[in-house]
Design a protein around this ligand. Sequence first.
Ligand code: ATP
Ligand code: MG
Length: 179
Amino acid sequence: MFSFLKRKNEKLEALSAETERKVVIDIQDITKMYRMGEIEVHALRGVSVKIYEGEFLSIMGPSGSGKSTLMNILGCLDQPSSGQYFLDGEDVSKLSEQSLARVRNKKIGFVFQSFNLLKRTSALRQVELPLIYAGVSGRGKRAKAALESVGLGQRLDHLPSELYGGKQQRVAIARALVN
Ligand SMILES: Nc1ncnc2c1ncn2[C@@H]1O[C@H](COP(=O)(O)OP(=O)(O)OP(=O)(O)O)[C@@H](O)[C@H]1O
Ligand SMILES: [Mg+2]
């Protein structure tokens, strides 16, 4: 079994004394069972956690304890065998593939260890991409603001090959934040 490490934002803590903090992720008694022929693998056996707006959290545990399984569920890439998952108030534990894709596009940002940037696409265009899929307007402006927020305002037209590793990762972070 893995454990959660939560670091609370002090400003938010002070705020929450006066106002209710918003729960962004609420999973209740989630299980995940993989079937491999005759064998059942119980990767998650009843995990519950609430994650509040502005919280930073890491999942720690030994190999095989179910971290990736949980991350796949939290990222709406996979669904639990049982239990409920409320993301921003919406029950996403039983949505169709297509609805899950919508939720990923609108609510979740992924930053991968290997950046997964498109080779022949400018930084600005990479960050615009999730907004194009979402069909929102003012894309250029929002993408530019996201790149500026990670300190790449001067690199909008650069291709990944023209950026060093750290800057490539910042493009990926801007892309994760823009929606
Ligand atoms: N697709 C799958 N089919 C069958 N069993 C799986 C599948 N994916 C994971 N498992 C099993 O579920 C359990 C949890 O695996 P998971 O990959 O979530 O662990 P982890 O904590 O991410 O491990 P690691 O630290 O090695 O990445 C393990 O016993 C694993 O063998
Ligand atoms: Mg893993």
